[in-house]
Design a protein around this ligand. Structure first.
Ligand SMILES: NC(=O)c1ccc[n+]([C@@H]2O[C@H](COP(=O)([O-])OP(=O)(O)OC[C@H]3O[C@@H](n4cnc5c(N)ncnc54)[C@H](OP(=O)(O)O)[C@@H]3O)[C@@H](O)[C@H]2O)c1
Length: 331
Protein backbone atom coordinates (compact mmCIF):
# COMPACT_ATOMS: atom_id res chain seq x y z
CA UNK A 1 0.00 0.00 0.00
CA UNK A 2 2.72 2.51 1.04
CA UNK A 3 4.76 1.26 -1.87
CA UNK A 4 1.87 1.88 -4.28
CA UNK A 5 1.37 5.40 -2.90
CA UNK A 6 5.05 6.21 -3.32
CA UNK A 7 5.01 4.84 -6.87
CA UNK A 8 1.94 6.95 -7.61
CA UNK A 9 3.52 10.12 -6.23
CA UNK A 10 6.75 9.48 -8.12
CA UNK A 11 4.83 8.66 -11.30
CA UNK A 12 6.84 5.43 -11.69
CA UNK A 13 6.01 3.46 -14.80
CA UNK A 14 4.18 0.16 -14.42
CA UNK A 15 4.44 -2.87 -16.76
CA UNK A 16 2.79 -0.90 -19.61
CA UNK A 17 5.62 1.62 -19.51
CA UNK A 18 3.29 4.34 -18.20
CA UNK A 19 2.33 5.63 -14.78
CA UNK A 20 0.29 8.23 -12.90
CA UNK A 21 2.06 11.17 -14.51
CA UNK A 22 1.69 9.96 -18.10
CA UNK A 23 -0.53 12.23 -20.16
CA UNK A 24 -3.05 11.22 -22.81
CA UNK A 25 -0.84 12.90 -25.40
CA UNK A 26 2.19 10.82 -24.33
CA UNK A 27 0.44 7.44 -24.20
CA UNK A 28 -0.99 7.92 -27.69
CA UNK A 29 2.08 9.64 -29.17
CA UNK A 30 4.32 6.68 -28.45
CA UNK A 31 2.38 4.40 -30.77
CA UNK A 32 0.87 7.04 -33.06
CA UNK A 33 3.53 6.61 -35.74
CA UNK A 34 2.82 2.90 -36.20
CA UNK A 35 -0.88 3.05 -35.39
CA UNK A 36 -1.89 6.33 -37.01
CA UNK A 37 -2.83 4.95 -40.44
CA UNK A 38 -5.16 2.61 -38.59
CA UNK A 39 -6.63 5.16 -36.19
CA UNK A 40 -7.58 7.34 -39.19
CA UNK A 41 -10.22 4.74 -40.00
CA UNK A 42 -11.71 4.60 -36.53
CA UNK A 43 -14.94 6.11 -35.27
CA UNK A 44 -15.50 6.70 -31.57
CA UNK A 45 -18.50 7.79 -29.54
CA UNK A 46 -17.42 9.64 -26.40
CA UNK A 47 -20.08 10.62 -23.87
CA UNK A 48 -19.51 13.61 -21.61
CA UNK A 49 -17.01 15.21 -23.98
CA UNK A 50 -18.21 18.76 -23.26
CA UNK A 51 -15.89 19.10 -20.27
CA UNK A 52 -13.17 17.60 -18.09
CA UNK A 53 -11.74 14.17 -18.82
CA UNK A 54 -14.12 13.50 -21.73
CA UNK A 55 -13.20 16.74 -23.48
CA UNK A 56 -9.50 15.90 -23.21
CA UNK A 57 -10.16 12.35 -24.42
CA UNK A 58 -11.97 13.75 -27.47
CA UNK A 59 -9.15 16.22 -28.16
CA UNK A 60 -6.51 13.52 -28.09
CA UNK A 61 -8.43 10.94 -30.10
CA UNK A 62 -9.27 13.59 -32.71
CA UNK A 63 -5.60 14.59 -32.82
CA UNK A 64 -4.77 10.96 -33.59
CA UNK A 65 -7.20 10.98 -36.50
CA UNK A 66 -10.17 9.21 -34.93
CA UNK A 67 -13.59 10.43 -36.13
CA UNK A 68 -15.47 11.61 -33.04
CA UNK A 69 -19.18 11.42 -32.38
CA UNK A 70 -19.95 13.66 -29.43
CA UNK A 71 -23.40 13.10 -27.94
CA UNK A 72 -24.19 15.98 -25.60
CA UNK A 73 -27.16 17.48 -23.81
CA UNK A 74 -25.83 21.00 -24.37
CA UNK A 75 -25.13 21.39 -28.08
CA UNK A 76 -23.84 24.95 -27.70
CA UNK A 77 -21.19 23.77 -25.26
CA UNK A 78 -20.40 20.84 -27.57
CA UNK A 79 -19.93 23.11 -30.56
CA UNK A 80 -17.50 25.29 -28.57
CA UNK A 81 -15.47 22.16 -27.74
CA UNK A 82 -15.59 21.10 -31.40
CA UNK A 83 -14.30 24.53 -32.46
CA UNK A 84 -11.46 24.35 -29.91
CA UNK A 85 -10.42 20.87 -31.07
CA UNK A 86 -10.55 21.84 -34.74
CA UNK A 87 -8.42 24.91 -34.06
CA UNK A 88 -5.69 22.52 -32.91
CA UNK A 89 -6.48 19.72 -35.38
CA UNK A 90 -8.12 21.34 -38.42
CA UNK A 91 -8.76 18.00 -40.07
CA UNK A 92 -10.59 16.54 -37.08
CA UNK A 93 -13.99 15.12 -37.97
CA UNK A 94 -16.46 15.71 -35.15
CA UNK A 95 -20.16 15.02 -35.28
CA UNK A 96 -22.38 16.58 -32.64
CA UNK A 97 -25.60 14.91 -31.60
CA UNK A 98 -28.08 15.36 -28.80
CA UNK A 99 -28.43 13.02 -25.84
CA UNK A 100 -29.55 13.16 -22.25
CA UNK A 101 -28.06 10.11 -20.56
CA UNK A 102 -30.55 10.30 -17.73
CA UNK A 103 -33.43 9.66 -20.14
CA UNK A 104 -34.10 6.27 -21.77
CA UNK A 105 -36.14 7.84 -24.56
CA UNK A 106 -33.38 10.35 -25.37
CA UNK A 107 -30.79 7.54 -25.53
CA UNK A 108 -33.05 5.53 -27.83
CA UNK A 109 -33.52 8.56 -30.08
CA UNK A 110 -29.77 9.20 -30.21
CA UNK A 111 -29.05 5.56 -31.14
CA UNK A 112 -31.69 5.55 -33.90
CA UNK A 113 -30.21 8.76 -35.33
CA UNK A 114 -26.63 7.51 -35.04
CA UNK A 115 -27.42 4.15 -36.66
CA UNK A 116 -29.19 5.98 -39.50
CA UNK A 117 -25.87 7.66 -40.34
CA UNK A 118 -24.52 4.20 -41.28
CA UNK A 119 -21.12 4.98 -39.80
CA UNK A 120 -18.86 2.25 -38.45
CA UNK A 121 -18.41 2.16 -34.67
CA UNK A 122 -15.06 1.02 -33.32
CA UNK A 123 -14.84 2.67 -29.91
CA UNK A 124 -17.46 3.50 -27.30
CA UNK A 125 -16.29 5.54 -24.33
CA UNK A 126 -18.88 5.65 -21.56
CA UNK A 127 -17.46 8.65 -19.76
CA UNK A 128 -20.25 11.08 -18.84
CA UNK A 129 -20.76 11.43 -15.13
CA UNK A 130 -22.92 13.07 -12.52
CA UNK A 131 -22.40 13.40 -8.77
CA UNK A 132 -25.76 14.65 -7.60
CA UNK A 133 -25.65 16.43 -4.25
CA UNK A 134 -29.32 15.97 -3.40
CA UNK A 135 -31.87 13.28 -4.12
CA UNK A 136 -33.19 13.94 -7.62
CA UNK A 137 -35.07 11.67 -9.98
CA UNK A 138 -34.75 11.26 -13.73
CA UNK A 139 -37.79 11.42 -16.01
CA UNK A 140 -37.86 7.59 -15.73
CA UNK A 141 -38.17 8.03 -11.95
CA UNK A 142 -34.73 6.69 -11.15
CA UNK A 143 -32.22 8.31 -8.79
CA UNK A 144 -30.27 10.73 -11.01
CA UNK A 145 -26.66 9.64 -10.39
CA UNK A 146 -27.44 5.96 -10.95
CA UNK A 147 -29.62 6.79 -13.99
CA UNK A 148 -26.94 8.92 -15.66
CA UNK A 149 -23.70 7.15 -14.77
CA UNK A 150 -24.83 3.55 -15.03
CA UNK A 151 -28.29 2.85 -16.52
CA UNK A 152 -27.90 5.42 -19.31
CA UNK A 153 -24.60 3.91 -20.39
CA UNK A 154 -26.01 0.40 -20.00
CA UNK A 155 -28.81 1.17 -22.49
CA UNK A 156 -26.46 3.04 -24.82
CA UNK A 157 -24.09 0.06 -24.93
CA UNK A 158 -26.94 -2.41 -25.51
CA UNK A 159 -28.33 -0.41 -28.43
CA UNK A 160 -24.91 0.04 -30.06
CA UNK A 161 -23.50 -3.41 -29.40
CA UNK A 162 -24.56 -5.03 -32.70
CA UNK A 163 -23.10 -2.13 -34.66
CA UNK A 164 -19.77 -2.55 -32.83
CA UNK A 165 -19.69 -6.32 -33.39
CA UNK A 166 -20.57 -5.83 -37.08
CA UNK A 167 -17.92 -3.12 -37.59
CA UNK A 168 -15.23 -5.26 -35.97
CA UNK A 169 -16.12 -8.22 -38.19
CA UNK A 170 -16.27 -6.12 -41.38
CA UNK A 171 -13.09 -4.11 -40.80
CA UNK A 172 -11.08 -6.75 -38.97
CA UNK A 173 -10.25 -4.18 -36.28
CA UNK A 174 -11.02 -4.98 -32.66
CA UNK A 175 -13.79 -2.83 -31.17
CA UNK A 176 -13.32 -1.36 -27.70
CA UNK A 177 -15.73 -0.32 -25.00
CA UNK A 178 -14.31 1.73 -22.14
CA UNK A 179 -16.37 2.45 -19.02
CA UNK A 180 -15.04 5.31 -16.93
CA UNK A 181 -15.44 4.22 -13.32
CA UNK A 182 -13.68 5.37 -10.16
CA UNK A 183 -11.58 4.03 -7.33
CA UNK A 184 -14.45 4.97 -5.00
CA UNK A 185 -16.31 1.88 -6.25
CA UNK A 186 -14.34 0.10 -3.50
CA UNK A 187 -16.24 2.01 -0.79
CA UNK A 188 -19.49 0.16 -1.51
CA UNK A 189 -20.46 -2.52 0.97
CA UNK A 190 -22.27 -5.60 -0.34
CA UNK A 191 -25.34 -4.97 1.84
CA UNK A 192 -25.74 -1.51 0.29
CA UNK A 193 -25.62 -2.78 -3.29
CA UNK A 194 -29.32 -3.45 -3.70
CA UNK A 195 -30.85 -2.66 -7.11
CA UNK A 196 -34.26 -1.40 -5.98
CA UNK A 197 -32.69 0.72 -3.24
CA UNK A 198 -30.35 2.30 -5.78
CA UNK A 199 -33.25 3.16 -8.08
CA UNK A 200 -35.26 4.82 -5.33
CA UNK A 201 -33.21 5.18 -2.15
CA UNK A 202 -35.10 5.67 1.09
CA UNK A 203 -32.15 7.41 2.75
CA UNK A 204 -29.99 9.31 0.26
CA UNK A 205 -26.26 9.61 0.63
CA UNK A 206 -24.70 11.35 -2.39
CA UNK A 207 -21.23 9.81 -2.04
CA UNK A 208 -22.69 6.35 -1.63
CA UNK A 209 -24.93 6.81 -4.69
CA UNK A 210 -21.94 7.95 -6.77
CA UNK A 211 -19.77 5.05 -5.56
CA UNK A 212 -22.56 2.55 -6.31
CA UNK A 213 -22.90 3.87 -9.86
CA UNK A 214 -19.15 3.55 -10.37
CA UNK A 215 -19.19 -0.02 -9.03
CA UNK A 216 -22.00 -0.75 -11.49
CA UNK A 217 -19.79 0.62 -14.32
CA UNK A 218 -17.13 -2.02 -13.56
CA UNK A 219 -19.62 -4.89 -13.16
CA UNK A 220 -21.16 -3.80 -16.47
CA UNK A 221 -17.81 -3.81 -18.32
CA UNK A 222 -16.99 -7.25 -16.91
CA UNK A 223 -20.37 -8.74 -17.82
CA UNK A 224 -20.34 -7.26 -21.33
CA UNK A 225 -16.83 -8.59 -21.78
CA UNK A 226 -17.95 -12.11 -20.77
CA UNK A 227 -20.92 -11.98 -23.14
CA UNK A 228 -18.76 -10.76 -26.03
CA UNK A 229 -16.20 -13.48 -25.41
CA UNK A 230 -18.93 -16.13 -25.27
CA UNK A 231 -20.14 -15.12 -28.73
CA UNK A 232 -16.54 -14.79 -29.99
CA UNK A 233 -17.11 -11.18 -30.96
CA UNK A 234 -14.00 -9.12 -31.67
CA UNK A 235 -14.91 -6.38 -29.20
CA UNK A 236 -13.39 -5.84 -25.75
CA UNK A 237 -14.84 -4.08 -22.70
CA UNK A 238 -12.80 -2.65 -19.85
CA UNK A 239 -13.26 -0.21 -16.97
CA UNK A 240 -10.85 2.51 -15.89
CA UNK A 241 -10.25 4.80 -12.94
CA UNK A 242 -8.92 8.07 -14.37
CA UNK A 243 -7.37 9.36 -11.14
CA UNK A 244 -8.53 12.37 -9.13
CA UNK A 245 -8.90 15.45 -11.31
CA UNK A 246 -10.45 18.78 -10.36
CA UNK A 247 -13.22 18.95 -12.96
CA UNK A 248 -16.88 19.90 -13.13
CA UNK A 249 -17.89 16.60 -11.50
CA UNK A 250 -18.00 18.30 -8.10
CA UNK A 251 -20.03 21.27 -9.39
CA UNK A 252 -23.00 20.29 -7.18
CA UNK A 253 -20.72 20.05 -4.13
CA UNK A 254 -18.93 23.40 -4.34
CA UNK A 255 -17.99 24.96 -1.02
CA UNK A 256 -15.40 25.12 1.73
CA UNK A 257 -15.47 21.40 2.47
CA UNK A 258 -14.73 20.29 -1.11
CA UNK A 259 -12.15 23.05 -1.56
CA UNK A 260 -10.34 21.93 1.62
CA UNK A 261 -10.54 18.30 0.52
CA UNK A 262 -8.95 19.14 -2.81
CA UNK A 263 -6.31 21.23 -1.01
CA UNK A 264 -5.42 18.31 1.27
CA UNK A 265 -5.41 15.91 -1.68
CA UNK A 266 -3.47 18.30 -3.92
CA UNK A 267 -0.40 16.03 -4.02
CA UNK A 268 -2.59 13.28 -5.46
CA UNK A 269 -4.40 15.39 -8.06
CA UNK A 270 -3.84 14.74 -11.73
CA UNK A 271 -4.02 17.23 -14.55
CA UNK A 272 -6.90 16.68 -16.98
CA UNK A 273 -4.50 15.26 -19.54
CA UNK A 274 -3.10 12.81 -16.99
CA UNK A 275 -6.71 11.98 -16.09
CA UNK A 276 -7.58 11.14 -19.71
CA UNK A 277 -4.50 8.96 -20.25
CA UNK A 278 -5.93 5.65 -19.01
CA UNK A 279 -9.09 6.02 -21.12
CA UNK A 280 -7.01 6.85 -24.23
CA UNK A 281 -4.66 3.97 -23.47
CA UNK A 282 -7.56 1.51 -23.13
CA UNK A 283 -9.19 2.84 -26.31
CA UNK A 284 -6.17 2.97 -28.61
CA UNK A 285 -3.08 1.21 -27.32
CA UNK A 286 -1.91 -1.86 -29.26
CA UNK A 287 -0.90 -3.24 -25.84
CA UNK A 288 -4.63 -3.51 -25.07
CA UNK A 289 -5.32 -5.75 -28.06
CA UNK A 290 -7.33 -8.72 -26.76
CA UNK A 291 -7.39 -7.41 -23.18
CA UNK A 292 -10.96 -7.51 -21.89
CA UNK A 293 -12.91 -7.54 -18.63
CA UNK A 294 -10.13 -5.68 -16.79
CA UNK A 295 -9.91 -2.68 -14.51
CA UNK A 296 -7.14 -0.19 -15.19
CA UNK A 297 -5.64 2.78 -13.46
CA UNK A 298 -2.60 4.87 -14.40
CA UNK A 299 -2.57 2.96 -17.74
CA UNK A 300 -1.98 -0.38 -16.03
CA UNK A 301 -4.19 -3.27 -15.10
CA UNK A 302 -4.96 -3.33 -11.40
CA UNK A 303 -7.28 -5.00 -8.88
CA UNK A 304 -10.80 -3.79 -8.35
CA UNK A 305 -12.80 -4.60 -5.21
CA UNK A 306 -13.98 -8.16 -4.52
CA UNK A 307 -17.57 -7.05 -5.11
CA UNK A 308 -16.66 -5.51 -8.50
CA UNK A 309 -15.02 -8.79 -9.42
CA UNK A 310 -18.01 -10.93 -8.44
CA UNK A 311 -19.30 -12.63 -11.61
CA UNK A 312 -22.70 -13.55 -10.17
CA UNK A 313 -23.23 -9.96 -8.99
CA UNK A 314 -22.44 -8.72 -12.50
CA UNK A 315 -24.89 -11.17 -14.08
CA UNK A 316 -27.59 -10.27 -11.60
CA UNK A 317 -27.13 -6.55 -12.20
CA UNK A 318 -27.22 -7.07 -15.97
CA UNK A 319 -30.50 -9.00 -15.80
CA UNK A 320 -32.11 -6.52 -13.40
CA UNK A 321 -31.06 -3.60 -15.64
CA UNK A 322 -32.45 -5.29 -18.77
CA UNK A 323 -35.77 -6.07 -17.09
CA UNK A 324 -36.14 -2.54 -15.70
CA UNK A 325 -35.38 -0.83 -19.01
CA UNK A 326 -37.76 -3.12 -20.89
CA UNK A 327 -40.53 -2.31 -18.44
CA UNK A 328 -39.92 1.45 -18.61
CA UNK A 329 -39.68 1.56 -22.41
CA UNK A 330 -42.93 -0.38 -22.79
CA UNK A 331 -44.90 2.23 -20.86
N1 LIG B 1 -12.77 14.06 -11.86
C1 LIG B 1 -12.43 13.05 -11.09
O1 LIG B 1 -11.68 13.20 -10.11
C2 LIG B 1 -12.94 11.68 -11.40
C3 LIG B 1 -12.46 10.61 -10.62
C4 LIG B 1 -12.91 9.33 -10.89
C5 LIG B 1 -13.81 9.12 -11.93
N2 LIG B 1 -14.26 10.19 -12.66
C6 LIG B 1 -15.22 9.92 -13.74
O2 LIG B 1 -14.77 10.52 -14.93
C7 LIG B 1 -15.87 10.79 -15.78
C8 LIG B 1 -15.76 12.19 -16.34
O3 LIG B 1 -15.96 13.10 -15.29
P1 LIG B 1 -15.24 14.52 -15.20
O4 LIG B 1 -14.47 14.53 -13.96
O5 LIG B 1 -14.57 14.88 -16.46
O6 LIG B 1 -16.53 15.45 -14.93
P2 LIG B 1 -17.16 16.68 -15.70
O7 LIG B 1 -16.12 17.66 -16.09
O8 LIG B 1 -18.27 17.14 -14.83
O9 LIG B 1 -17.76 16.03 -17.02
C9 LIG B 1 -18.93 15.28 -16.97
C10 LIG B 1 -19.50 15.20 -18.37
O10 LIG B 1 -20.69 14.37 -18.32
C11 LIG B 1 -21.73 15.06 -18.98
N3 LIG B 1 -23.05 14.71 -18.46
C12 LIG B 1 -23.48 14.76 -17.19
N4 LIG B 1 -24.77 14.41 -17.12
C13 LIG B 1 -25.18 14.12 -18.38
C14 LIG B 1 -26.39 13.72 -18.97
N5 LIG B 1 -27.51 13.54 -18.25
N6 LIG B 1 -26.43 13.51 -20.31
C15 LIG B 1 -25.34 13.71 -21.06
N7 LIG B 1 -24.15 14.10 -20.58
C16 LIG B 1 -24.07 14.32 -19.26
C17 LIG B 1 -21.44 16.54 -18.73
O11 LIG B 1 -22.17 17.31 -19.65
P3 LIG B 1 -22.54 18.86 -19.38
O12 LIG B 1 -21.38 19.62 -19.93
O13 LIG B 1 -23.80 19.06 -20.16
O14 LIG B 1 -22.72 19.02 -17.91
C18 LIG B 1 -19.92 16.55 -18.94
O15 LIG B 1 -19.61 16.60 -20.31
C19 LIG B 1 -17.12 10.54 -14.94
O16 LIG B 1 -17.66 9.28 -15.27
C20 LIG B 1 -16.59 10.53 -13.52
O17 LIG B 1 -17.39 9.73 -12.66
C21 LIG B 1 -13.85 11.46 -12.41
Amino acid sequence: MINDTLKYLAGSAGPSGYGSKSTADQVTEDFASCFLPCSRNLTAIITGATSGIGEETARILAKRGVKIVMPARDLKKASEVKEKIQKESPEAEIILMEIDLSSFSSIKRFCTEFLALRLPLNILINNAGKFSNKLEFSEDKIEMTFATNYLGHFLLTELLMEKMVETAAEKGIQGRIVNVSSVVHGWVKREHFCFNQMLQPKKYNSTRAYAQSKLANILHAKEVSRQLMARKANVTANAVHPGIVKTGIIRDHKGCFTDSLFFVASKFLKSTSQGASTTCYAALSPQMEGVSGKYLTDCNETHCSGLADDESEAQKLWMQSCALIQRRLQR
